[in-house]
Design a protein. Structure first.
Length: 268
C-alpha cells in the first residue's frame, strides 16, 4: 500500500532522522569533488554499461505528463514537438511515442552509451525521433534543434545529477529551443526523500548534494530553490509542489518516505 499527498510544505523529519543529518556535516574533499565533476560523464557511462537498459522501469505516461501533453494541444490530433532532456535509455521516450502517434521527439543524454541504447531500440525511428549526445551545461541545443520550436520539454530526474552551480546553464540552454508560451515539465528528488537519508557519512558534497558509491551524484530540491532557479532564467512558475509518498512494505513492516518535486514552468 501507499499514500500520496501534494503541497508546499516540506516533509517533517523524525527526531532520529534530524539527528543523523545534523551529525553528517563533513564534506567530501575539494580534490575528490573536482574529480567527480571532471569524471561525471564517465561515471554515468559506466552506470549504463553495468545496468544496460534494465535499471529504470519504463515510465508510462498515462499520468500527469500525458494529460499535460493533451492540454498543450489546440486540437486533438495536433502534432507536437517535444524534447526529452536527459533521456537515459528511453524509459520515458518509447512509451510516449507508442501512446501518442502525433509526436516528434528530440532526445539527448550526457552518456554516449545511453544514446546508443536508444538508437538500438526496435521502436527508434528517425521519422519520429532524433537522439543525440549532449552535455546540457555546455553543448548548445541549437546545434541540433531549431530555436523556439519545441512545445514541451521534459526534465525528469535529470537536474539532480548536475552540480548546483551549473543547473542554471541547463535551463538557459532549454529556454532557447522552447516556443514562447510553452512549458518545461519537471520531476525530481525532493528534500528529505528516503534516498537522501540513506547516504552514509562521507557522501556529502554540499548542501543537499551527495555522491553515490558509483560516483554518480544526486541533489535534493527544495521548492524555493527550484523556483528561484527557473525564475532567474526568465521562466514563469505555473505549478511547483512537493509530492510526498509513503510506500509501505507490509511483509517487512517498513515505511519508506519518498519525496519528489513536481513542477511546471513556462516560457513567457
Amino acid at each position: 500500500g501507499a499514500f500520496q499527498k501534494k503541497g508546499h510544505s516540506a516533509r517533517v523529519l523524525s527526531p532520529e532522522e534530524a539527528e543523523k543529518l545534523a551529525k553528517d556535516q563533513v564534506l567530501v574533499s575539494e580534490f575528490k569533488r573536482l574529480k567527480l565533476e571532471k569524471e561525471a560523464q564517465k561515471n554515468w557511462d559506466l552506470f549504463y554499461k553495468r545496468n544496460s537498459t534494465n535499471f529504470f522501469k519504463d515510465r508510462h505516461w498515462t499520468t500527469r505528463e500525458f494529460q499535460e501533453l493533451k492540454a498543450c494541444r489546440e486540437f486533438a490530433d495536433q502534432k507536437l514537438t517535444i524534447l526529452e532532456a536527459g533521456c537515459g535509455v528511453g524509459n520515458c521516450l518509447f512509451p510516449l511515442l507508442e501512446e501518442d502517434l502525433n509526436i516528434f521527439a528530440y532526445a539527448c543524454d550526457f552518456s554516449p552509451r545511453a544514446v546508443e541504447y536508444v538508437k538500438k531500440n526496435a521502436l527508434y525511428t528517425t521519422e519520429r525521433c532524433k537522439v543525440f549526445q549532449c552535455d546540457l551545461t555546455k553543448d548548445d541545443l541549437l546545434d541540433n534543434i531549431p530555436a523556439d520550436s519545441v512545445d514541451v520539454v521534459t526534465l525528469i530526474f535529470v537536474l539532480s545529477a548536475i552540480h548546483p552551480d551549473k543547473m542554471h546553464l541547463v535551463l538557459r540552454n532549454i529556454y532557447k529551443v522552447l516556443k514562447p508560451g510553452r512549458c518545461v515539465l519537471f520531476r525530481d528528488y525532493g528534500l528529505y526523500d528516503h534516498a537522501m537519508l540513506r547516504f552514509k557519512s562521507g557522501s556529502k558534497l554540499g548542501e543537499n548534494f551527495y555522491v553515490r558509491q558509483d560516483g554518480t551524484r544526486s541533489y535534493f530540491f527544495t521548492e524555493e530553490f527550484l523556483s528561484q532557479l527557473f525564475k532567474a532564467e526568465g521562466y514563469e512558475q505555473v505549478v511547483n509542489e512537493y509530492v510526498q509518498r509513503e510506500t509501505v512494505n507490509r511483509k517487512e513492516d517498513l515505511r519508506v518516505p519518498r519525496v519528489f518535486l513536481q513542477s511546471k514552468f513556462q516560457k513567457p
